[in-house]
Write a protein that binds this ligand. Structure first.
Ligand code: PLP
Length: 397
């Protein structure tokens, strides 16, 4: 009589139990309305501080009309990869609009920002190369680095002295070297030190790839991103971004030199072997770029709202420590996942939607507030008042 074989799927339930015990368990919440400064969250109207729709464009009538019209003209699906049956004039128009905005020679759109990072990093580095990566970089940069097969070394968040040391010690052992960084760090809201990174890249003959996901449409004179914000437009580097945050659509892009983009069309697996962006998504993103050019006041409102929030916190909740941020992402650090979940739940009961961000996404638990151009100062005050009310009931206050 042999032993009963172990059910090879048992570990799944066990792992889920472990995730629950650590308060790391995640589940979806359903929004039942057009995106905006207020949304219907599970039947309750809430002020929305959880969205990446910084400029309030995802629910804009003009984007909706562009998407509907593109669907009527070109259909719902693009039916194939760009190199086979999926390419439309609309895709090229969008790429030209991105390149012209970023003042790069060319651009290439991907089906998501995540895929743009995976594809670009895997296309330009391999086994003989070195990748240096900020510890707080987005998951798509980290997984792109793994996919590439290069040797990956992480440096402490923002610690460019450590990066310099690593370059001095390691650079010469490898063929090519690529430095990876978010430009706005997505879970903290602080910025990379782009001018110093560019200088290091030049000094050590490294490529530099910056992920402008949270900066595009938000930072810089024309909203072109952190590169523009730091007056580094035209410098040699690789810019990645998404069409799904301030642009209110779906998709990603790489912007850079003509030769780089040409290489990606030949080497990036997540571009070659995946279906082209839908006509609706491409048309909505293109319209968003036009609106961002025509309506710079959206960006001014956004930054006014950031100031309103920061001032209200420092005047009304002087004990509060927001994490350092130079973006519309503002975080309140909390001692543990349970406290973050509890405060998040209290806020939700008061009609405020702000997510608790916990490990393993970030090393320390926090509530994360994303401001939008379309929030009113009254809505921001409601958030601050709710924080004031519920903070004192937390065991850690
Ligand atoms: C959101 C995000 C991405 C992924 O973009 P998607 O278009 O949503 O796939 C990549 N990098 C950073 C820093 C992000 O915040």
């Amino acid at each position: 009589m042999g032993e009963m074989p172990v059910d090879p799927y048992n570990w799944i339930e066990e792992t889920l139990n472990t995730i629950h015990r650590a308060d790391w368990y995640r589940q979806v919440k359903t929004i039942n309305s057009v995106p905006g400064a207020t949304v219907i969250l599970e039947g309750q109207e809430v002020i929305n501080f959880a969205s990446n729709d910084y400029l309030g464009l995802a629910g804009d009538e003009r984007l909706i009309a562009a998407a509907v019209n593109a669907t009527k003209v070109w259909g719902t699906g693009s039916t194939g990869s760009r190199l086979l049956s999926g390419n439309r004039e609309l895709h090229r128009e969008l790429e030209k609009a991105i390149a012209s905005w970023k003042k790069t020679e060319d651009a290439l759109i991907f089906s998501s920002g995540y895929l743009a990072n995976l594809g670009a990093i895997a296309a330009i580095t391999g086994k003989r190369d070195l990748i240096l990566s900020d510890r707080y970089n987005h998951s798509s940069l980290k997984n792109g680095a793994i996919l590439s097969g290069a040797t990956v070394i992480e440096y402490q968040h923002g610690n460019l002295a450590e990066l310099t040391t690593k370059l001095e010690q390691e650079r010469s052992k490898y063929r090519r070297c690529l430095i990876l960084t978010d430009s706005v760090f997505s879970m903290d809201g602080d910025l990379c030190n782009l001018p110093v990174l560019l200088a290091l890249a030049e000094q050590f003959s490294c490529m530099l790839l910056v992920d402008e996901a949270h900066a595009t449409g938000v930072l810089g004179e024309t909203g072109a991103g952190c590169v523009e914000h730091f007056h580094c437009t035209g410098k040699k580097l690789i810019q990645i971004g998404t069409l799904s945050k301030a642009l209110g659509s779906l998709g990603g892009y790489v912007a850079g030199d003509r030769a780089l983009i040409d290489l990606l069309r030949n080497r990036a697996p997540t571009w070659i072997y995946t279906t082209a962006l839908s006509p609706a998504d491409a048309a909505a993103a293109l319209t968003a770029i036009q609106i961002i050019h025509q309506e710079p006041e959206r960006r001014s409102h956004l930054w006014e709202n950031v100031e309103v929030f920061k001032n209200a916190i420092s005047n009304q909740l002087p004990n509060f420590q927001l994490l350092p941020s130079q973006s519309p992402i503002l975080c309140l650090q909390l001692p543990n996942p349970a406290a973050a979940l509890e405060l998040g739940q209290h806020l939700k009961n008061s009609g405020i939607f702000a997510p608790a961000i916990r490990p393993p996404t970030v090393p320390t638990s926090r509530l994360r507030f994303s401001l939008m151009a379309t929030h009113t100062s009254q809505q921001i005050q409601q958030l601050v008042s709710a924080l004031k009310t519920h903070w004192q009931f937390l065991p850690i206050a």
